[in-house]
Ligand binder design. Sequence first.
Ligand SMILES: C[S@@+](CC[C@H](N)C(=O)[O-])C[C@H]1O[C@@H](n2cnc3c(N)ncnc32)[C@H](O)[C@@H]1O
Length: 470
Amino acid sequence: MHQNRTLIRGDNLTEMRNFPDACIDLIATDPPFNSKRNYFVPYRDEHGRKPETLVQAFTDTWAWGDAAEDAYRELMVDVGGLVGDTIEGLRKFLNETPMMAYLVMMAIRVVEMHRILKSTGSLYLHCDPTASHYLKIILDAVFDTRNFRNEIVWSYHRWTGATKHFQRMHDILLFYVKDRKLSKFNILTEPYSEKSKHKGRRKTTVHADGTIDQIYTGDISREKAMRDVWEISYLNSQAKERVSYPTQKPIPLYKRIIAASSNEGDLVLDPFCGCGTTLMAAEEQNRHWIGIDLTYLAIGAVEQQFERLFPQHRDTVTIAGTPENVDQALALARTDPKGFEEWCVTHVLKFKSNTKKVADGGIDGTFRFPLGRVKGKQVYGKAVAQVKGGNYTLGHIRDFRTAMQNEEADLGVFVVTSPPSSGMRTEAARAGSYEHPLFDMEAPALQIYEIQDYFNDVLPKLPFGERTLL
Ligand SMILES: C[S@@+](CC[C@H](N)C(=O)[O-])C[C@H]1O[C@@H](n2cnc3c(N)ncnc32)[C@H](O)[C@@H]1O
């Protein structure tokens, strides 16, 4: 069984199948929603919009195809019973649509989640009204309707344009327990509303000038048991915890779930962990945690977020499913160039990943480092990176040097999997060297970095500084 603070890069179905029965106290997770407004939209291509890398990753997953058909068969044959009947009924209604593909892929994972939860355990499945009604039917079938606890409404405000319907400003969290008789639940409270008579007794004073004062004299610190409608701010672009991971959720939302349905030392799992909101919330409350995500980008984001929020524990995180030696790194470069690039940028270099790549000359990542204050304002230097997992030529190095100039970068790292020729080295040397204005640090401005060096503990020469997140 995995230890505390483990991050697994991989498909959560395969990974959860390696977990023993009844080993997890709490699963709090936020899968892709299958909604058009979400970053992970299976319809995006069909609407003619340019697919982005991460979207591409899900387009295959949620389209009806072999994987969905296999999952459907497994649900009918291996799982069967009420779950099989439910899925069969849904297919009659939804046919082989992306929504049905999404539901079978979710159903087969929910079956695993149920298996690995302890009898005292709970599941919170984060979704939105696009699919929450279908997911609830599936959860009822897997967990039993009697183990349904709440449909929590997370209500928030955010900027939207005018539409021909009411503004959609809530998500749904479906809360189930494995066994209602054994489940853990710590009652959380919230303050009474301003107007509530339960706040205490009201004392009215009429003054000589006719004005009236009303004050509450009771114990105003008393609170009431928390409702299932939660008003928690959506992360705005300025939020401190923001790492620009698409679909990042606020830590306070997940802290509430963890406080209610687990105790210190319990093991919390997020099998769709994204940039690790659940994991940060678990760490803050002294729970143990395991996170799984399909993308190298997400795993890199969790690493960076965790190092920033819990620097004292930075060396205690175990990462599985990412290259552990040169051969694995080279195999990744061959089989999954995009994954290799994300791993190099976010994990090896700890740069901010460039997910947009619009007319930027192929810059894959950036890193800003502080250069001190000028007229009271912090000034930053800039490093950029490009990853070449396959063959590369002298022309690529020249183009990267041009991109560095266009980006006004002080330093550039060109990551490769094979040694450069002497001509390439000469071309790189043309970029000159960089001297840090504050520290005794000098380095070639354009460094060709062979990934083999990473496994010999040799990193590119870069200034210290807090890495900007994603
Ligand atoms: C909605 S996001 C989670 C966001 C997260 N709550 C946060 O605050 O960052 C869903 C995540 O599920 C991941 N994902 C999708 N399919 C997956 C699979 N089969 N196995 C593991 N992770 C998957 C995606 O890469 C994405 O990071």
